[in-house]
Design a protein around this ligand. Structure first.
Ligand SMILES: CC(C)(COP(=O)(O)OP(=O)(O)OC[C@H]1O[C@@H](n2cnc3c(N)ncnc32)[C@H](O)[C@@H]1OP(=O)(O)O)[C@@H](O)C(=O)NCCC(=O)NCCS
Length: 153
């Protein structure tokens, strides 16, 4: 099985990345999937491909001079928990290290059960991200969606 992780500089895989997002309805609303489709086109796009099939993606953007934000990330449901997300983050860290001092990600903070983002927060913490703040309400986010702000040097 061959896994390839790369930055899609020519934007040849935007549709495949959005297709991955649309298979994660527990995590991404219909509105979010539309935003992801836009982000794949205007932000930096990273792709995880297994045997030629796109199984994961991530988008990043430079929000401030010293900061890169991971705007979206998703791995196909049946490919989660096999280290692909970790490898995407490693690639993003390597590719952005010359131009940023901090990596930032915003995710859903703990909410009443069912809380599908428990494993997502465990993922960020495992990658070395530190919880900086919980912002509730977060401007632009739906009500009852507290934002957990994570940062990694
Ligand atoms: C979060 C996500 C990107 C992680 O990618 P992944 O390839 O599944 O993660 P990895 O296999 O690299 O896992 C790394 C660590 O994350 C945590 N993790 C991943 N899957 C987990 C699971 N099912 N249960 C608990 N922890 C889990 C563990 O700490 C794991 O470390 P370990 O393997 O040593 O136990 C992926 O699961 C995903 O697409 N989730 C749905 C969408 C989402 O939450 N996007 C992020 C929005 S901010």
């Amino acid at each position: 099985m061959s896994l390839k992780i790369y930055e899609d500089l020519k934007k040849t895989h935007t549709e495949q990345a959005s297709a991955v997002a649309s298979q994660l309805p527990t995590y991404f609303t219909k509105e979010a999937i539309l935003d992801i489709a836009k982000a794949t086109k205007k932000d930096n796009l990273f792709i995880a491909e297994e045997n030629g099939i796109v199984v994961g993606f991530a988008t990043t953007k430079h929000t401030h001079l010293s900061t890169a934000e991971i705007t979206w990330i998703g791995i196909l449901p049946n490919k989660q928990g096999h280290g692909i997300g970790s490898k995407l983050i490693k690639t993003i860290e390597d590719k952005t290290k010359k131009v940023r001092q901090l990596l930032v990600v915003k995710t859903l903070a703990p909410v009443k059960p069912p809380d599908p983002y428990i494993k997502t927060r465990a993922f960020w913490e495992k990658q070395g991200f530190k919880l900086v703040d919980i912002i509730d309400p977060y401007p632009g986010w739906d009500a009852d969606n507290p934002c957990a702000l994570y940062v990694k040097p």
